[in-house]
Design a protein around this ligand. Structure first.
Ligand code: DAH
Length: 340
């Protein structure tokens, strides 16, 4: 039995040296210490020994067992260390490498300009309202003092859906919608940003573009209030040194009507390519709300007066940022957009 034990010991030690991985070590342990393992089988044979021999033999086997177990333990530690080193080498993170560059999204220049316009008017106590893009002929034209067959309807080339339903050509219909909702409250003091649609397409016109409408209705509103508010707006938007001028014009929903020019932001008024030598640049249409429009909104034109204005957001953005072709705003070329 002693010889057998010696043989198991030597064989196990020899095999231990040749092992290549912790898996192989596990297999060896099963072959030696497992239920049917060589050492376990030897122990089972001890029943055949005499009562005197048994404790002695038991002692020897246990010594060998613990020696071999220790050797296995040491081998396991060795493998674990090796495997960890391999993993560290393979998974090493080089913190000196430059990181992946995630390009951050940001606001479109048109959204930025709309927000800026909103902020300026919110600062003067205006509220922001919205209206539908698909509009009825009534709100887009009739209620704005543009009856059917009125020649001024041709000022805007309309996309009709049916005879009475269309894509709104302007944000002005929100004026009447808002008055209807608020009447008889005073003041009505809103701006209405949004998309509008016209059958137009070139470097300065797009079939879809954005406007911001403004409306102030109250007792005793005068044209000088309009001028003051628009002067303040122009200076906030284009710089403190801007001046404005009102030129007589015509819109069916205002009387009197005026187009508003701002002193050129490029040359300051001396005349340049941008202002075509005039020193002035048109930025919006405006006027005193026509009595008929106040009536359509439910207000009594003998009691209240109001002013209104409407501006094109693309135009404001192009002037503010010196963009020459409106289509650049819709191409979504990231090289263009990321400049703002
Ligand atoms: N709706 C006009 C347009 O699209 C712009 C406009 C002019 C709006 C005068 C107004 C206004 O509110 O008073 O051309």
């Amino acid at each position: 039995m002693k010889e057998q034990l010696q043989k198991i010991k030597e064989e196990t030690q020899e095999q231990l040296v040749k092992l290549a991985s912790s898996e192989e070590l596990q297999e060896l342990k099963i072959r030696v210490f497992g239920k049917k393992g060589t050492l376990t089988s030897l122990q089972k044979q001890m029943g055949a020994l005499s009562a005197e021999e048994r404790p002695l033999m038991g002692q020897i086997i246990n010594d060998v067992r613990s020696q071999l177990e220790k050797a296995c333990e040491a081998k396991l530690k060795e493998f674990e260390k090796q495997e960890l080193e391999i993993r560290l080498r393979e998974e090493r993170i080089d913190i000196t490498l430059p990181g992946y560059c995630l390009s951050r999204g940001h606001q479109h220049p048109l959204s930025k300009v709309i927000e800026e316009i909103e902020d300026i008017f919110i600062g003067m106590g205006f509220s922001i309202v919205e209206g539908p893009e698909i509009e009825t002929d009534y709100y887009n034209f009739e209620a704005l003092n543009l009856p059917k067959d009125h020649p001024a309807r041709d000022m805007q080339d309309t996309f009709f859906i049916t005879e009475d339903i269309l894509l709104r050509t302007q944000t002005s219909p929100v004026q009447v919608r808002t008055m209807e909702k608020l009447v008889p409250q005073l003041p009505v003091k809103i701006i209405a940003p949004g998309k509008v649609f016209r059958n137009d397409d070139d470097a300065t016109h797009s079939p879809m573009f954005h406007q911001v409408e403004g409306l102030l209705v109250d007792k005793g509103v005068r044209m000088s209030d309009l001028k003051g508010i628009l002067l303040y707006f122009s200076r906030q938007m284009f710089g403190e040194s801007r001046e404005i001028r009102l030129r007589p014009s015509f819109f069916p929903f205002t009387e009197p009507s005026a187009e508003v020019d701002v002193s050129c932001m490029l040359c300051g008024g001396t005349g340049c390519r941008l202002c075509k030598g005039t020193g002035w640049i048109e930025i919006l249409g405006s006027g005193m709300v026509h009595p008929r429009v106040l009536e359509m909104g439910g207000y009594d034109p003998k009691e209240v007066t109001g002013f209104a204005f409407g501006m094109g957001v693309e135009r404001i953005a192009m002037l503010k940022y010196g963009i020459e072709d409106m289509r650049l705003l819709y191409d979504n070329d990231i090289r263009f957009l990321s400049q703002f």
